[in-house]
Write a protein that binds this ligand. Structure first.
Ligand SMILES: [Zn+2]
Length: 272
């Protein structure tokens, strides 16, 4: 990745932040922000050993999947990385899907998506602003684990990501990065976050099950049109821990469209 490509990626990341109206240091809720930016976000806990996510264009819909068995700060990174693939690499005909088993920089696309995610979640200016205003211009050589936990909470990212970003931006040295890594190994990120009253959720997996409303609606209408068997309806509902039988009992009595719509609304309420 040469300098001009880096700057291009930075500009694109900046435009996504603008599009999502991120005025804080970090995204308050990147899942909602991605949806507002036009992506269909699917979150599902497929296990800690499962793949991390994918970016897909299907029938001109831009879809992002993230594995919610990852700890939340890593899942947030996944969403940012997949937005990067959408912005930089996917095209409907030639390259409609990229799946990520990990986020290792194994080729140019992965390096770029990681760079995009870093710029999106922790833009240079915002990092400098945080150090200036929130850490009172503290000398980065004197940063300790608590400072990193504060940055982590402001930007909603993992402890390790803060270290990598500070190192990439040349704010801390290699040896400082290693010392701070060691501090985390001893204290754990959870304890450090606890000490500053930070966002502890970042260190846990959410196990969220979130499927765009339209998909469920689509499955239900296909079932009502008798285009798919009950089994498929059940599978779709099981994904969301819903019971297809409940739906059927309610809708069979008066299978008119308004009722179905109410049922759907009811289901969504239960999903919340
Ligand atoms: Zn990737």
């Amino acid at each position: 990745m040469n300098k001009s490509r880096q700057l291009d990626i930075e500009r694109i990341a900046e435009s996504v932040r603008d599009e999502c109206n991120v005025t804080d240091y970090g995204f308050q809720n990147i899942f909602e922000a991605a949806e507002k930016a036009g992506y269909r976000v699917i979150r599902y806990p497929i296990g800690v050993d499962g793949f991390l996510g994918f970016a897909l264009i299907k029938d001109s819909e831009r879809i992002i999947f993230s594995n919610s068995s990852q700890i939340l700060s890593r899942e947030i990174f996944s969403i940012a990385h997949e937005i990067g693939h959408h912005k930089l690499h996917l095209s409907e005909i030639e390259n409609p899907i990229i799946k990520d088993d990990d986020f290792i920089d194994r080729d140019e696309n992965e390096t770029e998506a990681n760079y995009f995610a870093a710029c999106l979640l922790m833009p240079y200016e915002k990092v400098m602003k945080f150090i200036r205003l929130e850490l009172n211009e503290k000398n980065p050589d004197k940063f300790n684990g608590l400072d990193i936990a504060r940055i982590q909470t402001a930007f909603n990212v993992s402890y390790d990501m803060v270290l990598v970003r500070l190192r990439t931006l040349n704010i801390i040295s290699d040896s400082k990065q290693n010392a701070l890594k060691l501090e985390k190994a001893i204290n754990t990120a959870t304890k450090l976050l606890n000490a500053i009253n930070g966002n502890l959720d970042l260190c846990k997996s959410s196990e969220a099950k979130k499927i765009p409303a339209e998909y469920l609606e689509w499955v239900i209408s296909n079932y009502n049109e008798k285009l798919i068997p009950k089994k498929s309806l059940e599978t779709a509902f099981n994904y969301l821990d819903l019971d297809a039988d409940d739906f059927e009992e309610q809708s069979e009595s008066e299978a008119i469209e308004e009722d179905i719509e109410e049922d759907i609304e009811d289901l969504f309420r239960r999903m919340d």
